[in-house]
Design a protein around this ligand. Structure first.
Ligand code: DX5
Ligand code: ZN
Length: 215
């Protein structure tokens, strides 16, 4: 069954502690923690102190998505604050092997990702060294955007590159009840969902619907 990683970007940030504990009860598998620095993307979000405080309110693993120009500098901040998995953008590092090693030094899971406009083939030399590949369905920076239709094709290409390796494929951005089955059929193991989890129905109802879309 597909795993769900709700993005806190879509939550009411005045109640994040209660939200992460509610998400655990609602059946979430990870907490997706979007870190934006106002440089790599035109938005600013959560610092490591918030992560550290939120860890007290849930036992779910934190899936930290770094959208920053200086991932190597930030890794220790989030690792020491309780990140379980750290994903960085290949566009933001000149030496991805060094960035991977910095995350490994903390014995954490490593993810890599690219903006939708970047060439997916950049992951090929790194696929043996990571735990997860994140396929973006929107330009990073904001929640609530529309899913790019060519994302399913990029998911399939990524799945082909992963082949039979023990590497998870996560999809992030613009996921809704209509395109989630397409992502799952194309090979997604984990769906990040902000708007789809936090709007309309209860957290439990939305997460249950998303999980029920996998065969
Ligand atoms: C976008 C973030 C996503 C985003 C997802 O830069 O990486 O995690 O919050 O939100 P929705 O599901 O609303 O697109
Ligand atoms: Zn994200």
């Amino acid at each position: 069954m597909v795993k769900i990683a709700p993005s806190l970007l879509a939550a009411d940030s005045a109640y994040l502690g209660k939200t992460v504990s509610d998400l655990e009860l609602a059946g979430a598998d990870f907490i997706h923690f979007d870190v934006m620095d106002g440089h790599f993307v035109p938005n600013l979000t959560f610092g490591p102190n918030i992560l550290k405080e939120l860890k007290k309110h849930t036992s779910l693993p934190f899936d930290v998505h770094l959208m920053v120009t200086n991932p190597d500098e930030c890794i220790s901040w989030y690792a020491e604050s309780g990140a379980d998995l750290i994903t960085f953008h290949l566009e933001a590092t000149e030496n991805p092997n060094q960035t991977i090693q910095l995350i490994r030094d903390y014995k954490l899971k490593v993810g890599i990702t690219l903006k939708p406009s970047s060439d997916i083939k950049q992951i090929i030399p790194l696929v043996d060294d990571v735990d997860l590949i994140l396929v973006m369905g929107v330009q990073p920076g904001f929640g609530g955007q529309t899913f790019y239709p060519d994302t399913t094709e990029r998911i399939k290409l990524t799945k082909d590159i992963i082949a039979n390796r023990n590497v998870l494929l996560e999809v992030d951005g613009g996921i809704n009840f209509h395109n989630a089955p397409l992502c799952i059929d194309a090979g997604a193991d984990i769906l990040v969902a902000g708007t789809a989890v936090f709007q309309n129905k209860t957290l439990t109802e939305n997460i249950t619907i998303l999980k029920g879309l996998s065969k």
